[in-house]
Design a protein around this ligand. Structure first.
Ligand code: HXC
Length: 263
């Protein structure tokens, strides 16, 4: 059981549509939103991950529903919204967590490899936001995009993900400005290295881990719960005046990334 920082019914009566909601960071966000009373639709390509994640939420007393859809396909997303609406009513919270990534030098990356990550992370985020507009306008809801810090500096082997997440940041700011007048808030979290995720398992080789941790000012990698708590806050009314913010949750890692202190 994680620490309860917020009041128990903080998100009661809200419906959240969470892409990538089965596993990793967004799996944790979905569980935490549900634990504060939100009904949660878990959306990603693989039904087997989603059903297990939905069961976990239900076993903890929450409401969850799994729907398979690829964020790259606008028609599939529209269908997932319709199914969610039928089950849980209008959608108030959208979390864009679906992402693809791998390590690859730019000189070896195929155009399709670059495009695939752009399609999932960036175009997928747009597809979902676009499909959510009418619901969010009705409910005065919010969007939470999951970005990264890769794009703040030049990160080797990550040209595809850096470009995609830079686009996600642009989209976050743009929608904040265009849709703010409909009382739709759009924000992002930029997580640093989160130790208990598939992303870090795939992207941070074992021999680099200790070196990386030494360079993180707070002296540890993040955990999924660090991101989930920030997400609960940003999706709640406590953040009612936060719009267009990209909150870095990384223990100060990227600011210290070029420092030799601790070497
Ligand atoms: C080079 C690769 C590659 C690799 C795929 N491609 N994996 N190129 N190195 N390791 C290329 C393929 O060769 C192909 O191009 C193109 O990408 C499409 O690949 P497919 O496998 O056909 O596509 P698809 O099935 O859609 O899946 C692609 C994928 C997948 C989404 C990238 O590999 C995947 O599911 N990855 C895991 C998802 C994941 O880990 N999510 C968490 C992300 S963490 P060609 O030219 O051959 O056709 C994250 C955090 C970022 O985003 C910040 C980290 C610190």
């Amino acid at each position: 059981m994680t620490t309860r920082y917020f009041s128990e019914n903080l998100l009661a009566g809200r419906t959240a549509f969470v892409t990538g909601g089965g596993t990793g960071i967004t799996g944790g966000i979905a569980r935490e939103l549900a634990s504060y009373g939100a009904r949660v639709a878990l959306v990603s390509r693989r039904m087997e991950n989603l059903e297990a994640a939905a069961r976990l939420i239900q076993d903890a007393g929450g409401e969850a529903f799994a729907v398979a859809a690829d964020v790259r396909d606008a028609a599939q997303i529209e269908n997932a919204f319709n199914l969610t609406r039928e089950k849980f009513g209008d959608i108030n919270i959208v979390v864009n967590g679906a992402a693809g990534n791998f390590l690859c030098p730019a000189s070896e990356l195929s155009p399709n490899g670059f495009g695939t990550v752009i399609d999932i992370d960036l175009k997928g985020t747009f597809n979902v936001c676009r499909a959510a507009f009418d619901d969010l306008k009705k409910s005065g809801g919010c969007i939470l995009n999951i970005s990264a810090t890769l794009q703040y500096l030049g990160t080797p082997l990550q040209i595809h993900a850096s470009a995609a997440k830079a686009g996600v940041d642009a989209l976050t700011k743009n929608l904040a400005v265009e849709w703010g007048r409909f009382q739709i808030r759009t924000n992002a979290i930029a997580p640093g290295p989160i130790g208990d995720t598939e992303g870090v398992k795939r992207l941070v080789p074992e021999h680099v881990k200790d070196k990386l941790i030494k360079r993180i000012p707070v002296g540890r990698m993040g955990v999924i719960d660090d991101i989930a708590q920030t997400a609960v806050f940003l999706c709640s009314d406590a953040a009612a005046y936060i719009n267009g913010a990209i909150i870095v949750v990384d223990g100060g890692q990227w600011l210290a990334a070029s420092s030799l202190v601790g070497e």
